[in-house]
Design a protein around this ligand. Structure first.
Ligand SMILES: Cc1ncc(COP(=O)(O)O)c(C=O)c1O
Length: 395
């Protein structure tokens, strides 16, 4: 084992019982490279972070230019910082009119915390509703609305008054009542193994929230920024939430989270109490500059269209291959179902040996993930599928 790998285990806090241990020396486009020169297809993108590809020139230039001007100057919300203003304006210009103001924070979990706090503060209610097999983050609030018991069991008591419903189950919507402050949902469930909403389901959820006065919160931390084949799933589904949570690809590879909502809802943080959520680094100018450059790159280079075309190509080329029983897909987010975790874990070993980085889903360990940077080309998809096919044949 290299010295750096040994020191990684010795000095860097470990949370995984079996880390991948792949040492990265460089990342470019859809590939990682190790110091030994081994190349890996990145089919994870840091879980839908690197939508514009690794080492994207536009993002690098934006970061360098902002670093030269200024980095952190003050806690969030006091000083006027051009990268924040420009990025907020660019984001809301692509969203329905009621999503008109952006509150920047640091991460996806923090965005979820903010959305849950906002819903309690705005409605003066306490109950929170979420869905089984939903992933919303790892802090105590976001963990409270996560849809799996195993992840929560070691950390109870968590938030009280949380109710979990079955996703895509219309009958369960009756449990959303005039006691409910907020309902948080991934419009396309990621860690459940890529589960799409049934036709009309999100609209029914929207209608129920409206009729009882609960805030509807969309967690688009994984599905946003072109990943699901439209800029945001809210646009794809034609259903507008009261609060939209963003992170991951939002920062173009830098750490950034955001909550987008109406001015009216967001203003509840300015009184009773004032400063309803405080963040030191939220909306860091370098992260906003990077994110804005990445967002522009997605639009200028038609990455949403490319996500649809390349996602469909993956699906077409993989359909009917040995061991694959189902492919679930939204844009360039694919869950390739093998129906067996034993097969899946073996396949992951073969993938690493052959230079493919993929994984399974937190709530679905029988399917593997295909979510490469949205910049992936046709020839790269074809080459990647050839390797996947070889690995499947060796199972
Ligand atoms: C749908 C969803 N929500 C929230 C989060 C939490 O984001 P973060 O890890 O930035 O806190 C994730 C992360 O994987 C996610 O996929």
């Amino acid at each position: 084992m290299s010295i750096l790998r040994k020191q990684f285990l010795q000095y860097v806090g470990q949370t995984s019982p079996s880390p991948l241990m792949i040492e990265v020396s460089k990342a470019s486009g859809v590939f990682f490279y190790t110091p030994e020169g081994k190349r890996y297809f990145d089919l994870i993108s840091g879980v839908s972070v690197s939508n514009v590809g690794h080492s994207n020139r536009c993002v690098i230039d934006a970061v360098k230019s902002q670093v030269d001007d200024y980095m952190h100057v003050m806690v969030y919300g006091e000083m006027v910082q051009k990268p924040q203003v420009e990025y907020a304006k660019a984001i809301v210009s692509e969203l329905p009119a009621s999503l008109e103001s952006v509150y920047f924070i640091n991460s996806g979990s923090e965005a979820v915390e903010v959305a849950l706090k906002l819903s309690k503060r705005y409605t003066n209610r306490t109950e929170l509703v979420s869905f089984k097999n939903a992933y919303h983050g790892s802090t105590q609030g976001s963990l409270s609305v996560l849809g799996g018991d195993e992840q929560k069991s070691g950390f109870r008591p968590l938030l009280p008054d949380v109710r979990q419903l079955r996703y895509n189950n219309i009958d369960d919507l009756k449990y959303i009542t005039d006691r409910t402050a907020g309902v948080i949902v991934e419009p396309i469930q990621g860690e459940a193994g890529v589960v799409l909403p049934d036709s009309g389901y999100l609209q029914s959820l929207r209608d129920r929230c409206t009729s009882v006065g609960a805030l509807l919160i969309f967690d688009e931390i994984q599905s946003g920024f072109g990943r699901c084949g439209s800029l945001f799933a809210t646009l794809r589904e034609g259903v507008t939430p009261d609060v939209l949570c963003l992170a991951k690809a939002l920062g173009g590879g830098m750490p950034l989270g955001a909550v987008v909502s109406s001015n009216e809802i967001l203003h509840s943080f300015t009184n009773n109490p004032v400063l309803g959520h405080i963040t030191t680094f939220g909306g860091h100018p370098v992260c906003c500059a990077a994110g804005n450059a990445a967002f522009k790159y997605i639009k200028d280079n038609n990455l949403v269209e490319n996500a649809n075309i390349m996602g469909a190509l993956f699906e077409r080329l993989l359909t009917g291959k040995r061991h694959i029983v189902e492919i679930r897909r939204a844009g360039l987010l694919l869950g390739v179902e093998l129906g067996s975790s034993e097969k899946l874990f073996k396949l992951m070993e073969l993938f690493v040996a052959r230079g493919i980085l993929s994984d399974w889903f937190l709530f679905c360990d029988t399917a593997f993930r295909i979510s490469p940077p949205l910049t992936i080309s046709e020839s790269e998809v074809i080459e990647c599928v050839e390797i996947i096919d070889d690995c499947l044949s060796s199972l």
